[in-house]
Design a protein around this ligand. Structure first.
Ligand SMILES: *[C@@H]1O[C@H](CO)[C@@H](O)[C@H](O)[C@H]1NC(C)=O
Ligand SMILES: *[C@@H]1O[C@H](CO)[C@@H](O)[C@H](O)[C@H]1NC(C)=O
Length: 506
């Protein structure tokens, strides 16, 4: 134990922080030592003398301030902080920090938690001193901080016989792994751990005991928002580490976090916010969770899918057999044996919810035409509103093939009634006027993820609508559906192809 403290002290000294190598070697020692300590599960658990983390009980009135600390081993602090033993407890765990201070999302999350659960207890773990080291050092410290949190939780639970099922740990970045280690070491499983873009470097290839994993709580849900680049260089961990792992916008990078916005933000808010800008996608995981707490009536949906590409083709909007779920606080706690990767699109600002649609269309043609990356504009008209000219680049457009793609709207336009499809002219190349490239479209099928409805649209005027490059929009209206539409389809088939029994279908 004393050796551990010495290492802790040494790594904090500036000299070692600058010379990365010695600290890295010390990290190895920390890992080995803590691994040995963890093998004996009972003795260390009630030794509170080496706890460095602080447990700040936050209030809804002053969510930014550390007004009262609950101190393991000092039961009177539970009362002093007005801990409510009858309600839920949220334990919020921050990640690596450059500034050594709490980031601005902390009070925002605290406020949102109290907004949704006014009588709950919100406790913020302060491990700032260990979190402001050179990254690999702070990453190694997650084991010790996880132990601190486990000790705290075990002690609190035993002290007031607090129900395990009321404990919910929320960790961001390195804090997600802290939550995982804490959950692994507590006497019983806590109810839930939410991982908000768990850190990738040092963890992508680490074992389940060193990272957040489905074993760490009864239910583990994870949001992945900044998983770009090679796995060992990605800010967020790329592989699934929970029961449900949601990859908003593919999980790589979030809308509103692009370079253009960055430049704009630097221009308007100055360089001091540079830190925030770099972390935009990483931190989006927290804001998506805050959104789910605050905007209960606009709950985002995520859909199970085998890959990002399939999702982007609109192929995964089914809710059958728990294949879809609510995102964030209101998630249905589905515990599958294997991790489930789920996808969703979002807006670039809160509320982030969008409505997902799969559009399927077959392009008939007399002559063989073949294009790539064609600019389309699709307009959707529903009973509550409309969304016109949604841009979509059709990756491939070939005669007599079916395309499937994903469209989203940021408002609920209700059940769809009409669809327009426009093929824009490529402005860079002028095509000869006598060669109008035209496809014939008979039907357009749209599946709504949020409504779980499938609607067939047919050409408004004729049997076919015509889609030509630079021409007018092809218009489709909802087919008049009756309860017996299936039967009608069968009858139609019989009429078209005849029946072997030559029965009259009239
Ligand atoms: C754990 O600690 C207890 C008490 O010191 C000891 O009796 C026991 O043998 C230890 N277990 C292991 C696996 O080292
Ligand atoms: C496309 O299919 C239709 C019948 O479904 C056929 O008449 C037409 O010749 C086909 N076009 C090409 C280019 O093969």
């Amino acid at each position: 134990m004393s050796l551990l403290n010495k290492i802790d002290f040494k790594c904090k000294s500036k000299q070692l922080k600058v010379l990365h190598l010695p600290c890295l070697q010390l990290n190895l020692l920390i890992w080995i030592l803590t691994d040995n300590i963890m093998e004996n599960a009972t003795e260390w658990m009630t030794d509170f003398s080496d706890i460095e983390s602080k447990f700040s009980f936050r209030t809804s009135e002053e969510p930014e301030d550390d007004l009262c600390y609950i101190v393991p081993g000092q039961p009177e602090t539970i009362k002093e902080c007005n801990f409510n033993p009858d309600t839920k407890t949220f334990i919020v765990i921050h990640g690596w920090t450059v500034t050594g201070m709490f980031e601005s999302w902390v009070p925002k999350l605290v406020t949102a938690l109290y907004d949704r659960e006014p009588t709950a207890n919100v406790i913020v773990v302060d491990w700032l001193s260990r979190a402001q080291q050179h990254y690999p050092t702070s990453a190694a410290f997650t084991k010790l901080v996880g132990r601190d949190v486990a000790k705290f939780v075990n002690w609190l639970q035993a002290e007031i016989d607090y129900p395990w099922e009321k404990l919910h740990l929320l960790g961001y970045s390195l804090g997600a792994h802290v939550a995982g280690i804490a959950g692994l070491l507590t006497k019983h499983k806590v109810n839930r751990i939410t991982g908000m873009d768990p850190a990738g470097p040092s963890f992508e290839y680490a074992d389940a005991q060193s990272t957040l994993s489905p074993d760490d709580a009864l239910f583990v849900d994870v949001l992945h928002t900044n998983t770009r680049g090679s796995p060992d260089r990605s800010i967020g961990i790329q592989r699934p580490v929970g029961h449900i792992d949601i990859y908003p916008n593919g999980g790589t990078f979030q809308p509103g976090c692009d370079l253009q916005n960055t430049v704009l933000m630097v221009a308007t808010s100055g360089l001091r916010n540079m830190d925030q800008i770099v972390k935009c996608s990483h931190e989006r995981s927290i804001h998506l969770f805050i959104d789910s707490l605050l905007n209960q009536e606009q709950e985002s949906m995520a859909y199970h899918c085998s890959s990002k590409d399939s999702f982007n083709k609109g192929m995964c909007l089914s809710c059958r057999k728990n294949r879809c779920n609510k995102v964030g606080y209101g998630v249905n706690k589905i515990r599958t044996r294997r991790s489930s990767k789920m996808y969703m699109k979002t807006r670039d600002v809160m509320p982030y919810k969008v409505f997902h649609y799969q559009v399927k269309v077959h392009f008939f043609g007399k002559t063989k035409l073949s294009y790539t990356d064609q600019p389309m504009k699709i307009s959707l008209y529903g009973i509550h509103g409309e969304k016109e000219n949604i841009p979509y680049i059709m990756p491939a457009l070939n005669t007599n093939t079916t395309m499937s793609f994903l469209l989203t709207t940021d408002t609920d336009i209700g059940e769809l009634l009409m669809v327009k499809l426009l093929w824009e002219k490529d402005t860079l190349i002028s095509w000869p006027w006598w060669n109008p490239d035209t496809f014939h479209i008979r039907k357009l099928r749209i599946k709504s993820g949020e409504r779980q409805s499938k609607i067939v649209f047919s050409a408004k005027e004729d049997e076919f609508s015509y889609l030509s490059r630079g021409g007018e929009a092809a218009v489709f209206v909802k087919e008049k559906e009756t309860q017996s539409s299936r039967k009608n389809q069968r009858l139609h088939k019989l009429k078209m192809h005849g029946s072997s029994f030559k029965q009259s279908t009239e």
